[in-house]
Design a protein around this ligand. Sequence first.
Ligand code: NAD
Ligand code: ZN
Length: 258
Amino acid sequence: MTASKPETAVNIATDQLAAARAVCCLTGAGISAESGVPTFRSPGGFWAGRRPEDLATPEAFLRNPQEVWQFYSWRRELLRGIHPNAGHFALAALTEVVPQLTLITQNVDDLHRLADSDGVLELHGNLWVDRCTRCTRENRLNPAEYSATIPHCDDCCAMMRPGVIWFGESLPIKTLQEAQNASAACDVMLVVGTSSLVHPANALATWAKTNGAFVIEINPEETPLSPLVDLRFALPSGEILPQLVEALRLKRRSHETF
Ligand code: NAD
Ligand code: ZN
């Protein structure tokens, strides 16, 4: 449901979060929109005027590694100087007011970590990581020093590639399993800024719901998940998440007082 009065919806969400032992949060490109990172499918988004199969597949990299590398260099360039917003910070603060929070993201922008969230489950990798196309080596990149040309692995000399998951590739199995387990076990699931179109991330919320969680969606636009959720905030995440955390803090404080 979308509560007609925002205060009512905040109260409902706060009550659910206050009673929860375990909370899960799945984020998508929308949470970073207020930081100035283009979303995936928006008119000015990354794929506007581009074909994903030309740039974000293993086949594209084999065919034309330099072109793919340039696309990722451009995306890295866009991220330099971009900071987490109030939504990222609110989720980092949420760990202090709920007993257990598992933060799962489809984003590759590293902004949750920069906002001080620990142990984020990154389903689609991270733009600031290169990994070897042959062995298991991964290099964490320094945004000030990443290479504009394709580097080679220090261990086996093969080409490095961006440490993100491309179309047609499997998600990192351990990370996905942890995300699935946390989704199945949580009491409240927050789904923030995702169009819920990308599989298998979009199955996590329905998995949580099937296992009895209260599901809250935060997204100014309706998504295929919207009809299934228990509560919807049709608002930007940078606006509503800080309100929820603050309301939860106040609730906790009033309980400590009495
Ligand atoms: P998406 O672009 O498909 O959907 C973004 C959603 O965010 C939309 O439903 C939109 O209505 C909503 N939104 C826009 N502004 C918002 C705001 N201020 N607050 C809350 N919601 C807002 O993104 P997705 O579902 O994450 O798509 C998945 C793919 O996009 C992933 O593979 C991900 O790796 C990739 N991606 C990541 C980034 C990033 O790292 N920041 C950016 C673009 C794409
Ligand atoms: Zn190697």
